[in-house]
Design a protein around this ligand. Sequence first.
Ligand SMILES: *[C@@H]1O[C@H](CO)[C@@H](O)[C@H](O)[C@H]1NC(C)=O
Ligand SMILES: *[C@@H]1O[C@H](CO)[C@@H](O)[C@H](O)[C@H]1NC(C)=O
Ligand SMILES: *[C@@H]1O[C@H](CO)[C@@H](O)[C@H](O)[C@H]1NC(C)=O
Length: 350
Amino acid sequence: MRRGFSGRWGTTFSPVLLAPAVLSLLLFLFVGPSTAWRPWPRTRLNGSDPLFDGSKKYEGSSEFVHLRYHMGPVLTNNITVHTIWYGSWARAQKKIIRGFITSISAVGSKHPSVSGWWRTVQLYTDQTGANISRTVRLGEEKNDRFYSHGKALTRLSIQSVIKSAVTARTKPLPVNPKSGLYLLLTSEDVYVQDFCDNVCGFHYFTFPSIVGYTLPYAWVGNSAKLCPGVCAYPFSVPNYMPGFKPVKSPNGDIGVDGMISVIAHEIAELATNPLVNAWYAGPDPSFPVEIADLCEGIYGTGGGGSYTGQMLEGGDGATYNMNGIRRRFLVQWVWNHVVSYCTGPNALDQ
Ligand SMILES: *[C@@H]1O[C@H](CO)[C@@H](O)[C@H](O)[C@H]1NC(C)=O
Ligand SMILES: *[C@@H]1O[C@H](CO)[C@@H](O)[C@H](O)[C@H]1NC(C)=O
Ligand SMILES: *[C@@H]1O[C@H](CO)[C@@H](O)[C@H](O)[C@H]1NC(C)=O
C-alpha cells in the first residue's frame, strides 16, 4: 500500500526515551499500516509521482518502477490458507471465497484462468532461486460468529482475533509459520480501523508478543454496507463519479465479489513479501509498494489511469476477467518483474 498513511504517522518522535512496550507499539503503528490498499483505479498518473513518473503507457508499464528483492523469505512451500470468518457469513458467501482460493492452483480451468493469474506470482524467487509455490490450498477454518472482539476492530485487536483462533480450546487453527497464511475476513457489519479510507484490506505478520508466533496474515472486509463504491469497484461506483455505471458482478454478491480481488491482492503480496522484507519497490520499507499495489485498478489490457482495461462479459451480462472452478472472478493484475509491467491471464497479446 502506498496511500493514506504517510502523513498520519509521519511526525517525529524520540523513541529512545520510550519504554520498550510503548516502543514496540509505536513501531507497530509506523510499520503496521504499510501494506494496505484499495482497488480504486489510479487517476493520478500525470508525472507528480516519482514511482510512476509520467507513465501513461498501459498496464502500469514504467521504466521508473524499481521493484527490488530485499533478501527476505518468500513462500516457496505449498501454501495453506487458514480462514477466520469473523461475524455473520452466509454459506453462499463462504462458497464464493473458498471457490476462488481453490481455483488458484486448480488444473483444467478454462482460459483465462485464476491459475494463469497465479503464474505471474510464481515468477518471484528467493535468494536460492526457489520460486513461489504453485500450490495454494484451502486450510482449516474458524468461525468467530459472535464477534469476539466487537464490531470495530483495530490493527492491534486483529492480532488478538488471530490469537484466539490459534489458541482456541476446540479446533484451534494450526500454527504453520512457514507455509500458512491466515486470512481474517470480516462481515459487512464490522468496521476495521481505516476501512474505506483508502484501505480495503492489508497484510502483515503477527507479533510473538501478542500471538505467540510470527504468522503472515491478511485482513479483508466485506464493504457492501460501508463503502462498496470504494472497495467493491467496479461492481459499485461512488456518487462522485457521475457517468460511470457499475458493472454486474459474476457471483451475484457485490460485497463478496469485490472482496475476491482484494483477497487475491493480499495473497499475492503475502506470498512475495510475507515478512515485508522481500519483494517491494520504493525507498521506504515502512511503506513498501508491492507487486499488487503496482497494478491496482488494472484488470485487463489497456488498463491504467482510471480505465480498468479490457474485461470479459459472460452470457449472463456479468463482468469478469478469469475463470475458476465452476465460477468466474474479476481479479486485478499483478506486477511482472520479468517484463516490467502488470500482467494477467486475459491479456490480449498472449
Ligand atoms: C497532476 O499534476 C499537477 C501538478 O503537477 C497536480 O496539481 C494535479 O493534482 C495532478 N493531477 C492528478 C490527477 O494527479
Ligand atoms: C505440495 O503440493 C503438491 C501438489 O498438490 C503435492 O504433490 C506435494 O506432495 C506437496 N508437498 C508437500 C511437502 O506437501
Ligand atoms: C521461476 O522464476 C524464474 C525467474 O523469474 C522464471 O524464469 C521461471 O519461469 C519461474 N518458474 C516457474 C515455474 O514459474
